[in-house]
Design a protein around this ligand. Structure first.
Ligand SMILES: NC(=O)c1ccc[n+]([C@@H]2O[C@H](COP(=O)([O-])OP(=O)(O)OC[C@H]3O[C@@H](n4cnc5c(N)ncnc54)[C@H](OP(=O)(O)O)[C@@H]3O)[C@@H](O)[C@H]2O)c1
Length: 136
């Protein structure tokens, strides 16, 4: 049996990906962050349909935990699927934030459309190919 790792599978896209991958006959190691219950529910949904899933905690913002996570994954692969590799990674865990352009872009004009155009013209030289590579 092939095995996939799906990060951030306690809800949303990751949960859906984990369930759909399992329905196609692939074993799933799925991870959750704060929502342990959600991770367990995803694993239960997979097992209810006859699939195999193991839910593990993983904070993708804490690189210091990655070595221990790798060791845990190696143990799960060995104990559950009698193998030491996996086949697919769905690197999904994360979150989105939205904000207004003027809150993230220091030079964005706060006045109306004509000043927007003026400011855009003013900025164009800074986006020429010669300066693009420097990020200025
Ligand atoms: N939905 C959209 O329209 C959209 C658009 C563009 C990109 N995306 C990206 O697609 C991915 C999934 O989005 P979604 O809508 O399905 O969001 P979601 O339902 O909020 O699911 C996010 C998943 O990522 C996990 N997660 C978040 N931060 C984490 C961290 N630091 N460490 C470990 N796990 C973490 C969450 O785990 P816990 O809840 O267990 O903490 C959850 O399982 C995200 O990366 C998002 O940025 C989504």
């Amino acid at each position: 049996m092939k095995v996939a790792i799906v990060t951030g599978a306690s809800s949303g896209i990751g949960r859906s990906a984990a369930v759909q991958i399992a329905k196609r006959g692939t074993g799933v190691i799925l991870t959750y962050g704060n929502n342990r219950q959600g991770g367990l529910e995803t694993a239960a949904a997979i097992e209810k349909d006859g699939g195999t899933a193991v839910a593990l905690p993983l904070d993708v913002g804490e690189a210091g935990t990655f070595a221990a996570f790798r060791d845990t994954v190696a143990g799960v692969l060995r104990d559950t699927w009698q193998r030491d590799t996996f086949d697919y990674l769905v690197n999904n865990a994360g979150f989105a934030q939205t904000s207004l352009i003027q809150d993230t872009c220091p030079w964005w004009p706060t006045a109306g459309p004509s000043s927007t155009r003026a400011a855009t013209r003013q900025r164009q030289p800074a986006w020429s190919p010669a300066t693009r590579s420097t990020g200025r």
